[in-house]
Design a protein around this ligand. Structure first.
Ligand SMILES: C[S@@+](CC[C@H](N)C(=O)[O-])C[C@H]1O[C@@H](n2cnc3c(N)ncnc32)[C@H](O)[C@@H]1O
Length: 206
């Protein structure tokens, strides 16, 4: 991933408030429902890949989860989230990393990605992402991946994205993951524009 991509995301998070970010949501309800669906307990380890300044970590902390990691390319995004959480931020592991070059040092029960994989427009980056996901999840571990759906926007934050149907996404993961369920979701930006997402839940089988 080019250094300019990191600069882009740092600038976005430095210049915009949460309600100026199209992807912002106060309540990550679909993600939470899918985490519940895999029978996660507060002892489950969760990594939010490309978590940015998402509220998912706040919600999981409030539910008692204590093994939480947020990974993002943008140091500014992570700092914004840490500032918001205050002292509780010390209970979270914050990784400023590019998911396509990061080497996981441990494994997790749940991999969560909302609106990151779809930015990987090069096949080689998608392959690296999947390799790292496989390294980070044991057999039986779960992955939740949310992308723009085929009728969703073709760009986000000024950058091109790849839109996926659940089947198309499952094809990218087929060597190691079986799809468990998928859900259509209309996200409304803070200014009320609908964006069509698909959320897919996978289990690592090989
Ligand atoms: C559209 S935002 C979504 C943020 C968050 N997942 C949410 O739902 O609010 C995309 C995020 O992916 C991060 N990102 C983009 N490319 C990345 C990469 N290669 N590695 C890690 N994070 C990346 C950006 O910094 C940004 O925070």
């Amino acid at each position: 991933m080019a250094e300019s991509t990191k600069t882009h995301w740092d600038m976005v998070y430095a210049q915009k408030t949460d309600d100026q970010l199209s992807w912002h949501q106060d309540d990550p309800a679909v993600s939470l429902a899918l985490i519940e669906k895999v029978d996660a307990t507060s002892a489950s380890s969760v990594i939010d890949v490309g978590g940015g300044a998402s509220r998912l970590v706040d919600c999981l902390l409030a539910k008692g989860f204590r093994d939480l990691t947020v990974l993002d390319l943008s140091q500014v995004a992570l700092q914004n989230a840490r500032n918001r959480l205050g002292k509780t931020a010390d209970d979270v592991v914050w990784l400023c990393q590019d998911v396509t070059s990061w080497m996981p040092a441990r494994s997790y029960d749940i991999w969560h990605d909302r609106a990151v994989f779809h930015f990987l427009v090069d096949q080689s980056d998608r392959e690296k992402y999947v390799d790292h996901m496989v390294s980070a999840l044991p057999i039986g571990g779960h992955a939740i991946i949310a992308t723009f759906a085929p009728d969703g926007p073709s760009r986000c934050s000024g950058m091109p994205v790849v839109r996926y149907s659940p089947d198309e996404l499952a094809d990218h993961l087929a060597d190691n993951f079986e799809p468990m369920s998928h859900h259509s979701h209309m996200h409304y930006t803070p200014w009320g524009m609908g964006q069509s997402f698909q959320f897919s839940l996978f289990r690592r089988i090989r």
